[in-house]
Design a binder for this molecule. Structure first.
Ligand SMILES: [Zn+2]
Length: 125
């Protein structure tokens, strides 16, 4: 019986993360987690080839998401999986989500202000 937080190699994703450590994502029948599933990667590649990079879901997400929020998004995505697998305390995950939500609201307020300023410039005000 493995302790929470301990990686069970039989259940873990076969891939490794960008920094070379083994991925801790839950293994699906494909042997990989959702993020590393080659089948999904092919779908993404196909979307990019067919519709051009700008029309792929990933590209749209990247465009919509301020650059500064991308690492936050990645961390939350990992946290979601970790909570699901019992590796992360629910209270800690809630705190992370709450802080991330506040970050998003601050950035949105900034973007809205920038947009308003640009609109006023266009109107010649
Ligand atoms: Zn993985």
């Amino acid at each position: 019986m493995s302790k929470p937080g301990e990686k069970d190699p039989k259940r873990a994703c076969r891939a490794s993360t960008k920094d070379g450590r083994p991925c801790r994502g839950r293994r699906h029948p494909s042997g990989y987690c959702v993020a590393h599933d080659p089948a999904l990667q092919q779908t993404r590649e196909a979307a990019r080839v067919n519709g051009g990079r700008n029309s792929s879901r990933v590209a749209r997400l990247e465009k919509l998401m301020p650059r500064r929020l991308r690492p936050v998004y990645d961390r939350l995505e990992t946290a979601l999986q970790d909570v699901h697998e019992g590796r992360l305390d629910v209270g800690r995950a809630k705190a992370m989500a709450s802080v991330a939500g506040a970050m998003v609201r601050v950035l949105q307020a900034g973007e809205l202000e920038e947009l308003t300023r640009k609109l006023r410039e266009l109107q010649g005000e």
